[in-house]
Structure formats: C-alpha cells, structure tokens
Design a binder for this molecule. Structure first.
Ligand code: GDP
Ligand code: MG
Length: 446
C-alpha cells in the first residue's frame, strides 16, 4: 500500500469530517474527551411516567466486541421494559469507554462516548438509548451539576449454577464478593458522579430478570414524581433471553457504525481495493429498518483475513495457527477464488506483520495503518472498526476461532447479504485444514 496515497486520502476525509463536527467539551463531568463526530439529536421524553435511567457497566477487563454483545442484551431488555406499566419512560444510558486493555497506542483514550464509534440515530431507532453526554445534558437541564446514582446493583455469580442439575433463573441479595476497585471504576475520570446505595446480588439468568430487581427494590428506593437512576454493574452477568432471534438481529442491525468511520472505510475500499457498494452488490439502505432478507452480495475483489494475535497467543496454542500456516491458507484461498489481493485485519505486532509480508511475497497485501496523527484522532477503537468495515465488504472472509471481533464481522456480512460460505470461515491450526476448529454459523433472521 502506498503510504503517501493513504495520507492524502485521510487528510481529505478528515477535512470533510472535522468541517462538519461539533466539538464541545462536557467540562462539568469529564476531564477530557476526544472530539465526538456524530450528529446529536435532542431526546425529549413525551411519556407520562417518571423517568427511569438505566446505567450499566461491564467488567473492566472485557474487550470492545464483548461489550457490544452486552449492549444488545441491555437494549433488548430496555425495549421490553418500556412496555411494562410504570417503565414506559425508561432510558438506557450508554457507559463511556475507558482506555481498554487492547488499546495499545500510548496516548490516553478515556471517556470515549458511543457516538465516536456508532451511529446514535440508528441505535435510537431500536430503543431509547442515551449517550452519556446526552444524559449529562438532561441532568444539567434539571439544574444539577452532579449525578447521584440512587441504586447500584452489583451482579455476581452464584457459587453453584445448577440446582438439582437444572439451571434456573434466580437472584438474591448477597455479601459483596468482587474486588473493591470495582466500586469505583465506573466513576473513574468523573468528578461529579456519586452513588447512594450499593447492593450486591447473586444473579443467574437473562437480562429480562433485571426487571424483577427493579420491582423488588422499587418501594424503598423510588419516590413518586422523581426520576430513578439505577446502575447495573457487571451487566455481562445477565445473559441473552434469546440469542439469534429476529429481535436480536434488529438490535444488531441498529448498531451501525459512526458515519464518519464509514466514510473512511469506504474511501479506503474505493482507493486501494476498488470496492464500492454498487460493484459489491451489498445491501445498505439509508436506514437499517429498510433492510430485507438478501443473499446477493458479491463483495470486492479481495480476501479479508482477521488474524487475531496479542493475548490470543497465550493459552490458545492448541487452536492458534502459526504465521506460516496462515500465509499458506491465504495463498490457497486466493488461488481458489482467482484473486490476488488480501486485506489483513490484525492486532499483530510490527515484526509479525513483517514476517507475514515475507511469507506472502508475490501477494498484493493490504493493511490499514494510519500515520500517527490520524491514529491519535481516531483512537485504536475506531481503527479497529475501520478494519471491520473493510473486512465486511471482502469477497470472502476468514476469521479467528472464538474471537468476538471475528463474530461481529460475520454478523455485518450477514446484514450486507453475503452467501454464508463466503463468511463463516475460520483459520485452521494446520494449513492442510485437517482437524480444524471452526466457529459456528448463526444466520441472520428477519
Ligand atoms: N485494529 C484491529 N484491532 C484488533 C484486531 N483484532 C483485535 N483487535 C484489538 O483487540 C481487541 C480484541 O478484543 P475483543 O474485541 O474482545 O475481541 P476478542 O478478544 O477477539 O474476542 C479489539 O477490540 C481490538 O482493540 C484487528 O484485526 N484490528
Ligand atoms: Mg476479548
């Protein structure tokens, strides 16, 4: 890939993006934030009942793509909750991203709002979500310069999952077992958020069961005529009610990426891989609500491989292929497809990439690696999304076993309308593909 061409592409796109963005600092609550670059629709509650703001947090060590899955569970929960009397005016407040473990670049990437990564108007077409800055705006409009979370419920696991061999949905108040640090990580970097009560709860079941917690503690914690602010800590403990049904896919389809990241991904596709939505025959109506069952996507003339490395190198030796094996699998796939270009999406080190390039001599190899000043603007999370966008449009995709990063690309391609055999592929340990652990297939449903 030509570095100068990439710089001029990014300069052009950033000029476009920044000329449209509104960058204001939420100085009351946030020490520092990166400029968010999406539209900001105002949210007004028309509903009669007292507002309920549901905040949640995820185990700090979890990665970005599991967080996306927890979001789906919570958004689906909220959508159901709003149908229950007394909860019609409930809102899901999206947690900011603190500097995640996988974001290796050496600059501070904290207090990142969801609209840096996702298209808020699309999310809002599924259910009533509020980005944290919108929630702060609401609080400020109430004349307050602090947030008091009325109720914090810290979810933790039961010691035994099965009662007489059966898995039953249940919860009960319990002694707190999690580390102290946990109490505070949510408030990290915020001066003005406090909590009134913390209750630890052993929890087992789907996110729908959270409603029972809200009900159980309602009387003691909610004064009629006021808003109720609740935080579910360790929301990853609550599972999907149904995984992979129509509602799951609606929520998933609403998770469109921030429009400016789409612009960058698409510009890269067009410039370096001669891939456009028209040529690739992907389904991408203006609104996700207009998407329909479709299997006609062909994708650009390139293969994409998601090669997960970094922490996957430890403890997964049985499944993780060597670089040489991956290179051989790439060459074989290119030959089968009659293609010459491969886009590599990876968290590999510079030296691993150097080795890959040597193993793939003669192959037209591409990787999205923005120069430092653009990396700083985007942050590692947004760069990862651009990788996912590019992979989602490839003729064929091959991912990594048990990587949620790979799963999210599978889903994106299901939405865009690819044939399943061009999507649900896994890199094998052995390059002869014998004894291969493969990810499962979960097709889209409408
Ligand atoms: N840019 C980029 N980052 C990646 C890639 N693969 C992994 N990462 C980073 O590593 C993190 C992996 O964590 P997670 O999202 O939980 O996925 P999983 O651990 O593979 O299931 C991602 O969120 C990225 O920050 C990749 O192909 N490209
Ligand atoms: Mg992970």
């Amino acid at each position: 890939m030509n570095k100068l061409a990439l710089i001029s592409l990014l300069t052009f796109v950033f000029h476009l993006v920044l000329s449209q963005s509104h960058c204001d600092i939420k100085e009351i609550f946030v020490i520092k934030k990166l400029c968010d670059i999406s539209e900001r629709p105002l949210v007004k509650a028309k509903d009669e009942s007292d507002p309920v703001y549901i905040l949640y947090s995820v185990n700090p060590v979890e990665g970005f793509n599991l967080r996306r899955d927890v979001y789906l569970r919570m958004a689906i929960f909220l959508r159901h909750l709003r149908k229950v009397k007394g909860y019609e005016n409930s809102h899901l407040v999206l947690p900011v991203f603190h500097h995640l473990y996988h974001w290796k670049s050496q600059f501070r990437q904290s207090n990142m709002f969801w609209n840096h990564f996702f298209d808020l108007p699309s999310l809002k077409l599924f259910t009533n979500v509020l980005d944290m800055w919108e929630f702060f705006d609401i609080i400020r409009n109430e004349g307050k310069d602090y947030v008091e979370i009325g109720e914090v419920y810290k979810l933790q696991h039961f010691e035994t999952m099965f009662e007489n061999g059966v898995f039953v949905d249940k919860f009960e108040e319990a002694a707190c077992t999690r580390h102290e640090y946990d109490n505070y990580h949510y408030m990290e970097n915020y001066y003005n958020i406090t909590e009134k009560t913390i209750t630890c709860i052993n929890f087992q079941g789907s996110a729908m069961l959270l409603k029972n917690i809200l009900e159980e503690y309602k009387v003691e914690n909610h004064k009629a005529g006021t808003s109720r602010i609740v935080l579910f800590a360790h929301a990853e403990t609550a599972l999907h009610e149904f995984f992979g049904d129509e509602e799951y896919w609606m929520a998933r389809r609403s998770m469109r990426f921030n429009k400016n990241l789409q612009v960058i991904g698409n510009a890269y596709r067009a410039d370096f891989l001669s891939s456009t939505d028209e040529k690739d025959k992907v389904q991408r109506p203006e609104l996700w609500t207009d998407e329909k069952p479709y299997r006609g996507a062909v994708g650009g003339e390139y293969l994409c491989v998601h090669m997960r490395r970094a922490d996957f190198l430890y403890g997964r030796e049985q499944q993780l292929p060597s670089l040489r094996s991956i290179a051989n699998q790439i060459k074989r796939a290119l030959a089968e497809l009659g293609l010459h270009k491969v886009f590599l999406s990876s968290d590999c080190s510079g030296s691993e990439f150097h080795d890959m390039r040597a193993f793939l001599r003669g192959v037209n190899l591409h990787k999205f690696k923005p120069p430092w000043e653009f990396q700083m603007q985007l942050g590692d999370g947004a760069v990862a999304i651009i990788d996912q966008i590019i992979c989602s449009h490839a003729r064929k995709f091959i991912g990594t076993f048990e990587s949620t990063f790979t799963y999210r690309i599978y889903e994106e391609r299901e939405i865009l309308g690819f044939q399943q055999n061009m999507t649900f592929n896994t890199l094998c340990k052995r390059d002869d593909l014998i004894d291969c652990n493969r990810n499962s297939v979960w097709p889209i449903r409408y």
